[in-house]
Design a protein around this ligand. Sequence first.
Ligand SMILES: Nc1ncnc2c1ncn2[C@@H]1O[C@H](COP(=O)(O)OP(=O)(O)OP(=O)(O)O)[C@@H](O)[C@H]1O
Length: 261
Amino acid sequence: MADLAATHALELRDLRKSFGKTEIIRGANLAVRAGERVAIIGPNGAGKSTLFNLISGRFAPTSGQVLLHGQRIDGKKPFEINRLGLSRSFQISNIFPKLSVFENLRCAVLWSLGYRYAFWRFLSRLQDANERAEQLMEMIALHRKRDTLAINLTYAEQRALEIGITIAGGASVILLDEPTAGMSKSETGRFIGLIRQVTEGRTLLTVEHDMGVVFGLADRIAVVVYGEVIAFDTPEAVRANPRVQEAYLGSVIAAQQAGGH
Ligand SMILES: Nc1ncnc2c1ncn2[C@@H]1O[C@H](COP(=O)(O)OP(=O)(O)OP(=O)(O)O)[C@@H](O)[C@H]1O
């Protein structure tokens, strides 16, 4: 069973979560292949953030399972799940505002190496961490801002730094919460390219409201309505799915087209 499950980077099996007497996640199932980019969409209050919180360990499920590369992670603590290779961005809250771009990335790399190293080993690791931080800076196109304090970066640059911090430890599964929220249209376009580049070869899950981003980024889309995944398919198939049209997408696309998005 573990071998079969291992073909999926991430799997949700009949996942449920209640707050008090109210069941918010009502038997969610999802199987994401390694290397896939998946967008989770759905109406407000459908349970998208709650799903992210269940996957990343912020909440324990009421019942059901979450598997990372075939291994049960439901009920584990966020840092344990992180050590197993799943990393979640928390918008800009991971950033140390008074540290430079380079120092922020180096901290993230060192953190990912863990605290279990002896001091002499730590010193030898420092060189590796410096090199990795330089590489990350190139990947997120902030090398020219190497010594700029994070607080002085533009909003879009801070979001890029946040993604650099998220991938610093080499996680194979990346969760991004609305990565382009608050960006202009041109920034959003550039940022989608950056996300595609830095997540190449990794598995990406994103919660996203902007349909332009969803259709520009996702290999498959999971539609969450009322705590269940009602569709999980390619963008074309999801767009054409009558159940999705009825429950969600028809009205959202119409609204975004009317708004000129
Ligand atoms: N910690 C909590 N305690 C009680 N209820 C909660 C908690 N977290 C979320 N909920 C409820 O669960 C429901 C789903 O919320 P969630 O934030 O997961 O939806 P969402 O799909 O991410 O919505 P949005 O698109 O508006 O961000 C909401 O009714 C919310 O009030």
